[in-house]
Design a protein around this ligand. Sequence first.
Ligand code: MG
Ligand code: ZN
Length: 219
Amino acid sequence: MEIRVVEKVLKVNDELAQAVRDRLRPLGVATVNMISAPGSGKTTLIERAVEALGAARRIQVIEGDPDTTLDAERIAATGAPVVQINTAGGCHLEANLVLRALEQLDLAPGDLLVIENVGNLVCPVSFDLGEDKRVAVVSVTEGHDKPAKYPKLFRCADLVVLNKIDLLPHVDFDVARFREYVEKLQPGVPVLDVSCRTGEGVDAWADWLRALGPADAVR
Ligand code: MG
Ligand code: ZN
């Protein structure tokens, strides 16, 4: 019985995710869903992307968090349009919430919509938000075994960002093993080493986003 309920929830979510796509595809807006554990640096990666892409490519942001508008305030300070979704304790975003957030954004052709999911490596993976690409973010403080422990995310990610690499000298994080785990789960998926603190890899992150054209609004 339990399983049937879960299946029904996911089916309804899939229909609403399709509604998100039906809204965004005709506009030519590419959409990215960022998934990670709390504190991996998703918000900072978005801040850097907004700075790097500048006026040439407008980024609009949907921020998901159980509580507070702290992340949305940070994004707003960059000048990017942003909507905060508070899930009232909920541990992932669902497509119906994204659909409602879209009402508050004025998306135009060529815009990039970045959705920062609730910090959680498990259930956000099961909920399609109508995105075109998924980005998995892991920071080096979390341990190199995360792909092995949370394989579902790394099987469906279009890009893996290994963040906070400036901290590598201070932590026991084996980059080669991390990459091996990821490669085993999804051969060929790109992995970018990034430090928002030193700026290393930020250009590559921005380039990856910049390369997402309206044609990527098809999955
Ligand atoms: Mg955040
Ligand atoms: Zn959840």
